[in-house]
Design a binder for this molecule. Structure first.
Ligand code: SF4
Ligand code: SF4
Length: 86
C-alpha cells in the first residue's frame, strides 16, 4: 500500500489482503452433523463461509483467520477447530 505523507491512504478492499495466512487453527467441517441452520455463515467475521444452494456450507481458506467463532456457535458440533499445518 502506498502511504501518502500527511497520513492519508488510498481506499482499498480487504479482498486483496488474504488473511488466511494468519491462521493457526482451521475449521474442519463435518457435513454429516450439519443441520443447515446457516448460523456459521451469518456469524463469520470474515465472510469466509458460503452457504450453498443445498444449504450446506463451504469455507474460503484464503480469508478464514481461524478465529473459531463458527465452531463455538454451531449448534450441532459440525465444525471442529484443528491445528493448521504449515
Ligand atoms: S474460523 Fe472464524 S474466520 Fe474462519 S470460517 Fe470460522 S468464523 Fe470464519
Ligand atoms: S452452524 Fe453448524 S449446523 Fe449450522 S450451517 Fe453451520 S455447520 Fe451447519
Amino acid at each position: 500500500m502506498k502511504i501518502i505523507i500527511g497520513g492519508a491512504v488510498e481506499p482499498g478492499t480487504t479482498r486483496v489482503n488474504k488473511t488466511g495466512g494468519w491462521r493457526n487453527f482451521r475449521p474442519l467441517y463435518h457435513q454429516d452433523k450439519c443441520i443447515k441452520c446457516g448460523l456459521c455463515s451469518l456469524l463469520c467475521p470474515d465472510c469466509s463461509i458460503e452457504e450453498l444452494e443445498d444449504k450446506y456450507v463451504v469455507f474460503d481458506f484464503d480469508f478464514c483467520k481461524g478465529c473459531g467463532i463458527c465452531a463455538n456457535e454451531c449448534p450441532s458440533d459440525a465444525i471442529e477447530m484443528v491445528l493448521e499445518e504449515k
